[in-house]
Design a protein around this ligand. Structure first.
Ligand code: GDP
Length: 198
């Protein structure tokens, strides 16, 4: 039985005006393009094609909202590799995610990082953007199946050091199903904690 039985795609937004009402609790998922974010959303929610919706052409530069029922949402942010690219793309991306930042319902962030690359400056900037004093942040070191156990532990220790207590971190693999339960529990606890503070 899924922990998130009522998950469904809500809407794609190109501007803050299209976001759902700022009510309830939402947890954002972010990561560089290709980090494994869509796969992570799919296995954590146990809906195998859910985040594929956000990969359909035209939707990759949008914010995609998924409902978990009971006024709880996941917000899938555009992958940000391209944000370092052409100016026009950056110009579209920044106002969109900046419209998310002040929302009261935005209570936590899952940051998906390719474990072979580790945390990059862009990832640390995103953590600052999310305001780690106000919000809970969890880092998934994704595609951990590509690392040996020793490499995984080393990568995790390096991430813990780089995060300086601003976020929790775990190894994760959608493919080999490493760390799924832990990620689900973390998401649930973020949703619950967010509910109390609204
Ligand atoms: P996104 O761009 O961050 O949403 O990343 P995707 O979830 O689409 O994954 C990008 C690529 O990485 C795809 O080719 C996936 O098949 C692959 N991938 C995703 N998760 C895993 C994983 O846990 N292990 C491995 N080995 N590959 C993965």
């Amino acid at each position: 039985m899924s922990r998130f039985p009522d998950v469904s795609f809500m809407l794609s937004a190109a501007a803050g005006a299209q976001f759902p009402p700022d009510h309830g609790v939402e947890i954002a998922f972010a990561g560089r393009s290709n980090a494994g974010k869509s796969s992570a959303i799919n296995v954590i929610t146990a809906r195998h094609a859910l985040a594929r919706t956000s990969k359909t052409p035209g939707r990759t530069r949008l914010l995609n909202f998924f409902s978990l029922g009971a006024d709880r949402r996941i917000v899938d942010l555009p992958g940000y590799g391209f944000a370092e690219g052409p100016r026009a793309e950056r110009a579209g991306w920044a106002p969109l995610i900046d419209a998310l930042r002040p929302r009261e319902s935005f209570r936590g962030l899952f940051l998906v990082v390719d474990s072979r690359r580790g945390l990059a400056d862009a990832d640390l900037e995103l953590i600052e953007w999310a305001d780690p004093v106000r919000r809970r942040i969890h880092v998934l070191l994704a595609k951990a199946d590509k690392l040996t156990r020793a490499e995984g532990l080393k990568t995790q220790a390096q991430a813990v050091a780089a995060l300086k207590g601003k976020a929790t971190v775990q190894l994760f693999s959608a493919l080999r199903r490493i760390g799924i339960e832990g990620a689900q529990e973390r998401l649930e606890s973020f949703l619950e904690a967010g509910k109390d503070s609204v």
